[in-house]
Design a binder for this molecule. Structure first.
Ligand SMILES: Cc1cc2nc3c(=O)[nH]c(=O)nc-3n(C[C@H](O)[C@H](O)[C@H](O)COP(=O)(O)OP(=O)(O)OC[C@H]3O[C@@H](n4cnc5c(N)ncnc54)[C@H](O)[C@@H]3O)c2cc1C
Length: 551
């Protein structure tokens, strides 16, 4: 017999998701003496690093910075082996965090939250999972991830394919052996860029189907030097402080050396060709996403951006021997950095292999997928396996897949029908006590996400402490503050080149999704300051209210 709402399990807080955000939220809530329950769709912790097991999956922020800062003991004892950690190593780290802090006992795995409804009297969130669990709590934290819902492309005949089909972000746990197979990869974003060089080593023939090329910078990955690690760990607090406060724009929180916190030159336009080339070369040699930070106006001036893009085009043409393939790999339809810059190990070089080929879908689109391969407008390409590396329904996907209803039964889906709206990316007006960790309107995907996760969870915990002191039980974003914040997020984005990218930051990869630039582009440092300022000014823009439970 179905349980009645009176039989719901009762908690102080419900957290949805057990990636890094859910783990840290649980740790902090428990530390504050609150009883929390986490629901996670997967059968283990780790989130992104649990699901994305495709060959070559690894972080493109460096290991020493892509890690939690909340426990000095943890950061000292954990040993990263490579400059850029692989997916298995990051998953082990997440598992270690869960075990070290005894977090698993409050997590229920293989439970996907289907709905979360706010019940105004008595002021509780009622949560139901796909397994029929029912729980209630005055507080609900969405730690559902910005990149946790795979985007399956709508290609005619996709289901007709008789070979093996894999989605990069839902990779089989037992791994896949492509030895001797003809493999097709659809997509040319970050996952494809990481997977292609590895799949090429196994497959007898690899064909990459590319709609839009992406810019990629070499990782220059290597084993970590123990002396460097020791030195870095000795100064961990200072590094963390810089990552939290440091960068004004671009990908905040990924720098390793102090010199990387400031651009080598404020403007490309003031440099001679030789100077620009020398700086770009130097940062290309350092490697990684922070290449974008080399020149100060890369993300704000189209002219400057073009000069940096030209440098990368030259690099691609230098590496890739076949001139037609090299041209197809050079992104020309959007400014560099306005789609997430990729970090690779041997991606462009892979196209020099005789058994690897690029099909440019701009010139020869896919007509349909057939039983034994792909039919383009030009030819039939036989395949044994097909890998879809087609990205995510980013930032809002996981939230909108749930039936979330706030005050007066308002659905989040309806509220966000023209694009997401949330004050500071943390709370949507009309949804009391529902916090979004790294929600749309916060730096989120434009940052080292562990830095942003910790900042959001710390903000929420401070806020809860204030509520406790005041004896109030509800907090909610005011509609005016939300309105102003959304306008500000748009204004900041409009002052950069980001909206010109036609990227998943804008929802452009999902048919029918409203085109709204979702992350906050001013950087983690300025954003943190705004949040601190809001808190110091009596949580400006938030409304505190007594819960109707007290009525
Ligand atoms: C391939 C890849 C590489 C990346 N590389 C980097 C990088 O180099 N640097 C960086 O900063 N970030 C990177 N990211 C972003 C990455 O998502 C974050 O760094 C971080 O792992 C996010 O943690 P999270 O806990 O917020 O979300 P996630 O790790 O996505 O975890 C969310 C969890 O919520 C669960 N969930 C979602 N909906 C529900 C529901 N309804 N019910 C129950 N559970 C649910 C999911 O199953 C998932 O386990 C990368 C992402 C991908 C996909």
């Amino acid at each position: 017999m179905a349980k009645t709402p009176e039989q719901d399990e009762r908690f102080d807080a419900i957290i949805v998701g057990a990636g890094f955000a859910g783990l840290y939220a649980l740790y902090r809530l428990r530390g504050a003496g609150l009883r929390a329950r986490v629901y996670e769709a997967g059968d283990n912790v780790g989130g992104t690093w649990y699901w994305n097991r495709y060959p070559g999956a690894r972080c493109d922020a460096e290991s020493l910075v892509y890690s939690f800062s909340f426990s000095e003991a943890l950061e000292q004892e954990w040993e990263w082996s490579e400059r850029y950690a692989t997916q298995p190593e990051i998953l082990r780290y997440a598992e270690h965090v869960a075990d070290r802090f005894d977090l698993r006992r409050d997590i229920r795995f293989e439970r996907r939250v289907a709905s979360a409804h706010f019940d105004e009297i008595p002021g509780l969130w009622r949560v139901v999972t796909d397994q029929g669990d029912r729980a209630q709590a005055p507080l609900c934290l969405m730690a559902t991830g910005c990149l946790s819902v795979p985007q399956i492309p709508d290609i005619p005949g996709l289901d007709d394919f008789a070979g093996q089909r894999y989605q990069a972000s839902l990779w089989p746990h037992e791994g896949v052996d492509f030895e001797g197979q003809r493999v097709g990869v659809i997509g040319a974003g970050s996952s494809a860029i990481q997977a292609v060089p590895i799949i090429a080593e196994q497959a007898s023939r690899l064909t990459v189907f590319q709609r839009t090329p992406n810019f990629s910078v070499p990782a220059h990955n290597a084993a970590l030097d123990p002396e460097f690690v020791e030195e870095f760990k000795t100064h961990y607090r200072e590094h963390r402080r810089l990552h939290q406060r440091g960068l004004a724009s671009g990908f905040g929180g990924v720098e390793i050396q102090p010199k990387e916190f400031a651009p080598a030159a404020p403007s490309a336009l003031a440099l001679s060709d030789e100077q620009l080339d020398r700086i770009c070369e130097e940062w290309w040699e350092i490697g990684g996403a922070r290449f974008l930070g080399a020149i100060g106006d890369t993300m704000i001036s189209e002219e400057a951006n073009q000069l940096v893009a030209d440098f990368v085009h030259r690099k691609i043409r230098e590496i890739v021997k076949d001139p037609i393939t090299a041209e197809a790999l050079c992104p020309t339809s959007y400014p560099i950095g306005t789609k997430r810059i990729c970090v690779d190990t041997g991606y462009y070089e892979t196209y020099n292999r005789e058994d690897v080929r690029l099909v440019d879908l701009q010139t020869t689109p896919i007509e349909r997928i057939v039983r034994d391969g792909i039919q383009t407008t030009e030819e039939h390409i036989p395949l044994d396996s097909l890998v879809l590396a087609t990205g995510f329904d980013a930032m809002t996907g996981a939230l909108l897949r749930m039936d979330i209803r706030g005050r007066n039964g308002q659905r989040l889906r309806d509220k966000w029908s023209a694009g997401p709206r949330a004050y500071l990316g943390l709370m949507a007006a009309g949804f009391p006590n529902l916090f979004l960790i790294t929600g749309p309107g916060s730096p989120s995907v434009l940052s080292n996400m562990i830095v942003s996760i910790e900042q959001h969870v710390d903000f929420i915990m401070d806020c809860l402490e204030t509520m406790k002191i005041r004896g109030v039980e509800q907090i909610e974003a005011s509609p005016e503050a939300e309105e102003q914040w959304v306008a500000h997020v748009n204004e900041v984005a409009a002052a950069t080149l980001f909206p010109k990218g036609g990227s998943w930051y804008l929802g452009a990869n999902v048919p029918g999704k409203p085109r709204v630039f979702m992350p906050y582009a001013a950087g983690v440092g300025p954003y943190r300051k705004i949040c601190e300022d809001v808190a110091a000014n009596d949580y400006r823009g938030f409304i505190f209210g007594a819960s109707s439970r007290d009525a």
